[in-house]
Design a protein around this ligand. Sequence first.
Ligand code: URA
Length: 233
Amino acid sequence: MMRLDKLLSHSGYGTRKEVKEFIRKGLVLVNGEVILNDDFKVDEINDDIIIANEEVNYEKMVYIMLNKPSGYVSATFDNNSPTVLDLISGYEKRNLFPVGRLDKDTEGLLIISNDGGLAHKLLSPKNHVSKKYYLKYDGKYKDNFKDIFNKGIQIDDYFTKPAIYEDLGNNEAYMTIYEGKFHQVKKMMEYVNCSVTYLERIKFGNINLDSNLKRGEYRLLTKEEIELLKNSN
Ligand code: URA
């Protein structure tokens, strides 16, 4: 059992103060009855809860797809820069964190969640979850890039796993990697004397970046996407 205002706020319907307003205005029904007190206790599994004619689906775990803009760090807190969590509102008490990291200047698909178990699985090096990037680079393209990245290269103290490089012409490419070392794509391109000038993640595991999301926008993953994410490889 939990407080009605807490459940609504945790479900993304606003801050505690905002959802209390909804309740006081008589917009919230529990099992068909209007509830006017915000400390009303609800059974989050079995009760039917309606807010402003919309059914509330309380999920303890939250899975958000963010289209990360440049300029935000992938952390829950930073002394100097805004974080990706500053872009998300209404989930303040849900202990969200970014699942993995994109560089401050990297854009695109970032999953934000509070599911530590899933994050651990997706980020564990032994699971080789794929990440696909679109990139632009300065430097000269050579036909052997595909082979070089497919064979793997020595970067710092590690040898990269086979990666898929797809050249798009015009100093643009896709790169799919199966690990996620610090600055990995940028370092891989440096290895072939190129410098990444723009980087965007377009796929993470089985999840594609939703092209309807503008930079800085986010949405909850659908049930199907959550399943896809859980089965990612
Ligand atoms: N590789 C990088 O170099 N940067 C990222 O943000 C992600 C992958």
